[in-house]
Design a protein around this ligand. Structure first.
Ligand code: UD1
Ligand code: CA
Length: 433
């Protein structure tokens, strides 16, 4: 089936009260992107007509999703009068004959898994899996091998609660089935909601063809609580890391490493245990040592850490960054900064050595200023570079210097120190020893 033959509707209007959060459930992040982002990304691989149904915190949901994707149709559910997954389906207008309906809280779904719904031809294809602990899911009642109905947990009888076959929450409908049955839904149930799942029993009564599709729990996991959120994130992390290890990245103790969707690697890279790599980071032929954090940065032919922090918009090339060094919005090419430094809003050129404890004082409380350092500069330990400042090539800055003038000329030594004073036998007088 081609992209122009299938419409996808994603239900994302619910309150998600089990998340116990002021934030809309579908905006909670998994591997650095909202849950809903991951579902839409998979959906766009198989369909050109995506509708997202919103209501709760609709402005925030529309704004965030629009920042990632164009051409998504948003439909606003009348959640006050028609709450529930059935209510969410009332205003939709899919373009194509085949309509896949997905819950918005299934971030692990892949386009391959969705394609499984397109191989069978039935009026309704619904996803099921068997669980040892079916808690929270709608139970699928099957008699003589045929699906009869779905009972929500809150409406289920004691014997129905024991059913371990559950509704995974993805359905393929013919458009005509939606047009016919959604208007007939009622809210005659414990939650007084309009359940999409009631379409199954109505269609069954009309002898429509309902085909259950047994799916893989890992890909169809619903996220209802913060515990589910972290379980889903672990599954997605494993997938991301397996992908990059198969692509040639070396990872030590990968279970302790966190890599967001959007991070990329090129060449031979080593990531030691306990590292966190986020945003649109690119690591190329580099070694990131234990406990380092790299956010939205580019690292080429460099080594970083242990325990270093590259904050957004850092660019490193042929550079050594050692322990307890923080870099922010700076470009370092051929630089060594081995210990205990803050380098912010700086550009540093080849052959330059940044001594231990050097700080770029980039902020005066109101504005941020730049530090520009040329080639082969030696910055002695514990120096402060009060920006804006420019240090030309071949300069030496003596240890403990506070550089305040705007420019240090090529080849100079800058030194600011008070003269050392010693008082003989002071210790013995002071402690009366
Ligand atoms: C739903 C199914 C249940 C299934 C489970 C699988 C119903 C009635 N129940 O239950 O059978 O086992 O998914 O994960 O469909 N939503 C709206 N508008 C609303 C309410 C919800 O758009 O008024 C959206 C939510 O944002 C969410 C999705 O629908 O993304 C599912 O809602 P949720 O409350 O999580 O349903 P479950 O109780 O998990
Ligand atoms: Ca759910």
């Amino acid at each position: 089936m081609n992209k122009d033959q299938i419409s996808i509707v994603i239900l994302a209007a619910g309150k998600g009260s089990r998340m116990k959060s002021p934030k809309a459930k579908v905006l909670h992040s998994i591997c650095g992107k909202p849950m809903l982002y991951h579902i839409i990304k998979s959906s766009l691989e198989i369909s050109d007509d995506i509708t997202v149904v919103v209501a709760h915190q609709k402005d925030a949901v529309i704004e965030q999703i629009s920042s990632f994707f164009e051409k998504i149709n948003f439909v606003i559910q009348d959640a006050d009068n028609f709450p529930g997954t059935g209510g969410a389906m009332m205003g939709i207008n899919p373009q194509h004959e085949k309509v896949l309906v997905l819950n918005g809280d299934m971030p692990l779904i892949t386009s391959d898994a969705l394609k499984g719904f397109l191989t069978t031809d039935a009026d309704i294809i619904m996803s099921i899996f068997d669980l040892d602990d079916p808690d929270g899911y709608g139970r699928v009642i099957i008699e003589d091998g045929h699906v009869q109905r779905i009972v929500e947990q809150k409406d289920a009888s004691v014997s129905e609660l024991k059913v371990t076959t559950v509704n995974a929450g993805i359905y393929a409908f013919s458009k005509s089935v939606i047009e016919k049955y959604i208007p007939l839904l009622s809210n005659d149930n414990v939650q007084e909601e309009y359940y999409l799942t009631d379409v199954i029993s109505m269609a069954k009564a009309d002898y429509l063809n309902i085909s259950p599709l047994l799916v893989d729990e890992e890909k169809f996991k619903g996220v209802n609580s913060k515990k589910d959120l972290s379980d889903a994130e672990v599954i997605m992390q494993d997938k991301i890391k397996a992908h990059w290890m198969n692509a040639g990245v070396i990872m030590q103790l990968p279970s302790t490493i966190y890599i967001e969707e959007g991070v990329t690697f090129e060449g031979e890279c080593i990531i030691e245990n306990g590292c966190r790599l986020t945003g649109n980071t690119l690591i190329q032929n580099s070694h990131i040592k234990a406990g380092s954090v790299v956010e939205d940065s580019i690292v080429k032919n460099s080594d970083v850490g242990p325990l270093a922090h590259l904050r957004p918009a850092s660019y490193l090339e042929d550079t050594h960054i050692g322990n307890f060094v923080e870099v922010k919005k700076s470009s370092l090419k051929g630089v060594k900064a081995g210990h205990l430094s803050y380098i912010g809003d700086a550009q540093i050129d080849e052959g330059t050595n940044i001594g231990a404890g050097v700080i770029t004082c980039n902020y005066d409380g109101i504005k941020k200023y730049q530090t520009i350092i040329g080639k082969n500069v030696f910055i002695g330990s514990d120096s402060q570079l009060v920006a804006p400042v420019q240090i030309e090539d071949d300069v030496m800055i003596a240890a403990g210097t506070t550089v305040t003038s705007g420019k240090i000329e090529k080849g100079s030594l800058a030194l600011s120190r008070t003269k050392l004073k010693t008082i003989k036998d002071f210790y013995y007088k002071f402690f009366r020893k």
